[in-house]
Design a protein around this ligand. Structure first.
Ligand code: PLP
Length: 373
């Protein structure tokens, strides 16, 4: 099996991630923050170390690293925790439904209004798009760092600076960039990311980084193991946002994944871009194939394509039968497909352990599928 769906979740994970998950299941680890016995303290050291490793990747402070279930959970915490009735929100054409659905739900209930920022023909957003769309009640700007459909990377530092020029806080969806692109000094007020994609941790992990200038309302309240004399949710971080037992085995794996990308992240990005550019050149040479996204724009290891006159689901299915795991469809990004003018695409997304031979075989398989109708 050739796995090329790393944008959905990464596979394989580094061996130390697997060992860490198993280690927590096989030895006595207690509930982190609950109890003063050795097993609970040992568990607390794992969560502390993971917060530190992630904070280092972000150039942030550990207590502002909030563990979530996935990136969707982190985005919901930020969006629904921060917005108030009457707010106006800026969003982008490349937003995933993890951003769009919470926003569209609030809009449908009449609580907020939304504007989509204008993008250039290459899919990039310029800082002027923010000044054009801003309104007196604009309370949040949600940016997607890298598209999960085309892999195009937005100039987020310039966009965040532009939003801050109007006093607007920014939530950055780093689902497709965390682990490969540098997330230090982006200026984002909140960063949402999965632990199970580029950070190479297990499914069931995500992070919301909450910066100093924002304080979303917690969506989940309950026991934190701290301030137990009070029936009210504590204000201290990260406890304010982390009620209930954490997913310790998965967090132990995420710690190892975060350490791995801390050492290799830049090289991983270079390698993944090399592989995806190789695939782009191969596919671009086949007249029946349309490849989407600007090959010159900054990018991550994600590429979408279609075959003339064929449904993307059919192509993904034919590839699956040949042993390739690629995703066909809308990739939960309907606005992006409206912008591209597509009904869906086939998506290949590489990881640090993908190989050139796999990319060559995929190119061969697509060339064969084009021949056979
Ligand atoms: C850009 C983007 N945002 C958010 C998400 C949601 O991530 P998760 O599956 O961890 O909830 C994804 C998932 O593919 C994504 O690509």
């Amino acid at each position: 099996m050739i796995y090329l769906d790393n944008a959905a979740t990464s596979f394989p994970k580094p061996p130390q991630v697997l060992r860490a998950v198993a280690g927590v299941m096989m030895q006595p680890f207690g509930n982190p923050g609950r109890g003063g016995h050795k097993a609970a303290l040992r568990a607390g050291r794992v969560t502390d170390a993971c917060r530190e490793a992630v904070a280092e990747l972000l150039g942030g402070v550990p207590e502002r690293v909030i563990f979530t279930l996935n990136c969707t959970d982190a985005l919901n915490m930020a969006i629904r925790g921060l917005l108030h009735r009457g707010d106006h929100v800026l969003v982008t054409h490349d937003a995933h439904n993890a951003v769009m659905r919470p926003l569209a739900g609030l809009e449908q209930r009449g609580e907020i209004t939304l504007s989509v920022l204008r993008a250039n023909e290459n899919g990039l957003i310029a800082p002027e798009a923010i000044s054009e769309a801003v309104q007196p009640g604009t309370a949040l700007c949600v940016l997607t760092h890298a598209s999960n459909v085309t892999g195009t990377v937005q100039p987020v530092r310039a966009l965040i600076a532009a939003a801050h020029g109007f006093g607007i806080p920014v939530l950055l969806d780093a689902a497709q960039s965390a682990g490969t692109l540098d997330l230090k000094d982006t200026g984002a007020d909140m960063i949402a990311m999965p632990g199970h994609k580029g950070l190479l941790g297990p499914m069931g992990t995500g992070i919301l980084y909450v910066g100093e200038n924002v304080s979303p309302r917690p969506l989940r309240e309950g026991g934190t193991g701290s301030a137990s004399e009070s029936v009210h949710q504590p204000d201290i971080l990260p406890d304010r946002y982390e009620s209930g037992t954490l997913q310790l085995p998965a967090i132990a794996g995420l710690l190892q994944g975060a350490r791995f990308v801390r050492t290799h992240g830049a090289a991983i990005h270079e390698y993944e871009t090399y592989l995806i550019d190789k695939l782009r050149s191969r596919l671009s040479a086949i007249p029946e194939v349309t490849v989407y996204g600007d090959g010159e724009a900054p990018r991550v290891g994600v590429l979408s394509f279609n075959l003339q006159g064929r449904e993307c689901a059919e192509i993904a299915d034919l590839l699956d039968r040949r042993g390739f795991c690629l995703r066909g469809g809308l990739h939960c990004a309907p606005c992006m497909h409206r912008w591209l003018g597509t009904q869906g695409t086939v998506r290949a997304s590489v990881g640090p352990f993908s190989t050139e031979a796999e990319i060559d075989s995929l190119g061969d398989a697509i060339a064969q599928i084009v021949q056979v109708r």
